[in-house]
Design a protein around this ligand. Structure first.
Ligand code: S3P
Length: 442
């Protein structure tokens, strides 16, 4: 993917220095929020959701289901009620369904809608229309779906009616929860059994939540299976805070002398805690407190204090478990003593931006030596960063990583194209201000 800006959103400026103190509950988990809306819409009965992320990506998923005839109350203060229509109750929408920047919406909905008895088209913004969709459309086509893509397997995706689906056993060539989820969701509409084998563990929210809605899912080692034709029964869902959003204040506290931060109610699903494992290997002082179960997911409180970090070679098996947290982790690496090496992470090149190229450029703008590699990066840690101007290329997590870097910068950090932070972390600037990270929109 090339380094193309996404249309010049907002510019932010963060002041250098400061320390990170206090307590925070970051917004709800994006992956769980999407799935709660999707399964709630297909269930029999009304599903009550608390802690829902009211970010643009989840709002896009909500809007799609409204267009397909589902009544959804809210969201307001994280509460929403989804009045499910059952698996066969969706009605044909008019026009194209635009999911904006949201890869999760597009890939999961492509699976969910592949077996519907009417045509529909899914599209997204410029960034999403550059991201690979063949990873879902190819196995769905093997199941019998009739999907046409733009050239190169890109969106818009046109799903034609009449694709009678049959279950398949699919060995994923890459570790992707989005692909696994798309196939399982399609599998509910397929004849027979659908099984997906993953080459490495990926987030398992879909499997957990299907079970929470009463839909039987079996796991044997690295393979997960379900039978088509079952029913989903409405339930209530309490969405934990998003560990991917918590990663920013977590790294902020870890790199800043004098910091003392508590993050409350953080989603602590074992398929998501790679960021913690990696920071711990780097020497971070993070205590995991009050681990508890909430509606099929684990949550915890985290207490983070500053400790000197050291560069490491990041174990490749942790990569899928921290896949969204690398922009934040690269900032930790830039502030560590010695070199950090990441390998086995080529997937970062096809996220909301090419996160290897874009983060290397961002760190270089702040005076850090960061050398992109095909499947990773080498970062030389240093005592202080320079102030400077960073282009986020419209990628929410690059913008937030640059904001965190300002804590160790010697001058202000100006960040271009920040509007998409609202996709995953609405209220980022004000929440950061509460704990001592000072920035504003210019
Ligand atoms: C997600 C899975 C991950 C992640 C994305 C959300 C999900 O993508 O990067 O932000 O909700 O299933 P891949 O499964 O493509 O790695």
């Amino acid at each position: 993917m090339s380094l193309t800006a996404n249309g010049g959103g907002e510019t932010w400026q963060f002041q250098p220095g400061g320390s990170v103190r206090g307590e925070l509950r970051v917004p709800g988990d994006k992956s769980i929020s999407h799935r709660a809306v999707m399964l709630g819409a297909l269930a029999q009965g009304s599903t009550e959701i608390a802690g829902l992320l009211e970010g643009a990506d989840v709002l896009a998923t909500i809007e799609v289901f409204r267009r397909l005839g589902v009544t959804i109350e809210g969201p307001q203060y994280g509460r929403a009620v989804v009045h499910g229509v059952g698996r066969h109750g969706l009605r044909e929408p008019e026009g194209v369904l635009d999911v904006g920047n949201s890869g999760t919406s597009m890939r999961l909905l492509c699976g969910l809608f592949a077996g519907l008895p009417f045509d529909l088209t899914l599209t997204g913004d410029e960034s999403l229309r550059r991201r690979p969709m063949g990873r879902v459309t190819e196995p769905l086509t093997q199941m019998g779906a009739k999907i046409t893509t733009a050239e190169g397997g890109l969106a818009p995706l046109h799903l034609a009616a009449g694709g009678e689906l049959t279950g398949i056993s699919y060995h994923m060539p890459l570790a992707s929860a989005q692909v696994k989820s798309a196939l399982l969701l399609a599998g509910m509409y397929a004849r027979g059994r659908t099984c997906v084998t993953e080459p490495a563990p990926t987030r398992d929210h879909t499997e957990r939540m299907l079970a929470g809605f009463g839909y039987s899912v079996q796991r044997h080692g690295d393979t997960v299976c379900l039978e088509g034709g079952g029913t989903l029964s409405a339930t209530s869902i309490d969405v934990p805070s998003d560990i991917s959003s918590a990663a920013f204040p977590m790294v902020a506290a870890a790199i800043t002398p004098g910091s003392d931060l508590t993050l409350r109610h953080v989603g602590w699903n074992p398929t998501r805690t790679g960021v913690y494992e990696i920071l711990r290997l780097m020497g971070a002082a993070i205590e995991v407190l009050a681990t508890r179960e909430v509606g099929g997911e684990t949550v915890a409180d985290l207490h983070i204090q500053h400790a000197p970090l050291r560069g490491i070679h990041i174990p490749e098996e942790l990569v899928p478990l921290a896949i969204d947290e690398f922009p934040a982790l690269f900032v930790a690496a830039a502030c560590a003593q010695g070199e950090t090496v990441l390998t086995g992470a080529a997937e970062l090149r096809v996220k909301e931006s090419d996160r290897i190229a874009v983060m290397a450029e961002a760190l270089q703008s702040l005076g850090v030596s960061a050398e992109p590699q095909d499947d990773g990066v080498r970062i030389q840690g240093q005592p202080n960063l320079q102030g400077g101007r960073v282009n986020s290329y419209g990628d929410h997590r690059i913008a937030m990583a640059a904001a965190v870097a300002s804590l160790r910068a010697e001058g202000p950090v100006t960040i271009a194209d920040c509007a998409n932070v609202a996709t995953s972390y609405p209220g980022f600037i004000s929440q950061m201000a509460e704990i001592g990270i000072c920035g504003s929109s210019l």
